[in-house]
Design a protein around this ligand. Structure first.
Ligand SMILES: C[S@@+](CC[C@H](N)C(=O)[O-])C[C@H]1O[C@@H](n2cnc3c(N)ncnc32)[C@H](O)[C@@H]1O
Length: 236
């Protein structure tokens, strides 16, 4: 990893997650120790050189908040011509993802165990990503918590800065009110244009596998919303 990002942001106080106490299993703990050298990227404030990290030049896809990583590993295995960087704060989920990645024998996946906003701001070079996936972000359903939702104008600008021209932000949620919020925030941005809108019953995911939280939403009778927003070429 090389280079330093000088655009350090002001300290943030509102985060999109609370650290869950969730128990880590011995095998997840072992995976974090033993498999981290193969799949882990430590968080620091140096820009990642993706060609060096993946030992080739290929389109890079970032997934924010991959949960237990099962759908991320499935997507990486199905797209060997792309490189995947997963970002998740929940350690048991990261451990689970490492185990799944090893079982699948994939080479095109790395993970960072840190707040995705910090990682994107400080470690991901400008215009470097082909795609950002945000699947079933924490919905923060209570109105007084809406400010914790990760999709906000600043976040949208951050994603636009990191995507290459024509790159996409792919979002899915099972909360109708969050889908409305996403549409509203993105419609205010002149940096993206919406190229796909789907409402479905879990049967039409847009270019992604079904996820654990999607199944949870479906069990509760929720409808699924998928969106794909393309970065406007030459946006500033
Ligand atoms: C509702 S879960 C969805 C997990 C997975 N994408 C799925 O669909 O099964 C949201 C996940 O996002 C993670 N998360 C929330 N904010 C995050 C952030 N700023 N950076 C990294 N991960 C985050 C949480 O820890 C949680 O695992």
């Amino acid at each position: 990893m090389t280079g330093r990002n000088d655009e350090a942001p002001a300290r943030r106080t509102i985060r999109s997650f609370v650290r869950r106490a969730g128990r880590i299993t011995p095998s997840q703990e072992r995976a974090l120790d033993e498999l981290w050298p193969d799949y882990g990227v430590d968080y620091d404030e140096s820009l990642i050189d993706f060609d060096e990290l993946f030992k080739r030049t290929a389109p890079v896809v970032v997934e924010i908040g991959f949960g237990n990583g099962e759908s991320l590993v499935e997507l990486a295995a199905a797209n060997p011509d792309q490189d995947f960087l997963g970002i998740e704060v929940h350690e048991p989920g990261v451990g689970h993802c490492l185990l799944k990645a090893k079982d699948a024998g994939i080479q095109n996946l790395k993970v960072v165990a840190h707040d995705a906003v910090d990682v994107l701001t400080n470690q991901v070079p400008a215009d470097s990503l082909a795609r950002v996936n945000l699947y079933f972000p924490d919905p923060w359903p209570k109105k007084r918590h809406h400010k914790r939702r990760i999709v906000q104008s600043d976040f949208v600008d951050l994603i636009a800065n990191k995507l290459a021209d024509g790159g996409t932000l792919n979002v899915a949620t099972d909360w109708a009110n969050y889908a409305e919020h996403i549409d509203e925030v993105l419609s205010r941005s002149d940096r993206f244009t919406c190229i796909e809108t789907r409402e479905h019953a879990g049967d039409q995911p847009f270019e992604r596998p079904q996820t654990k939280f999607e199944r949870r939403g479906l069990r509760r009778g929720h409808e699924i919303s998928d969106r794909c927003f393309e970065k406007v070429v030459n946006s500033c």
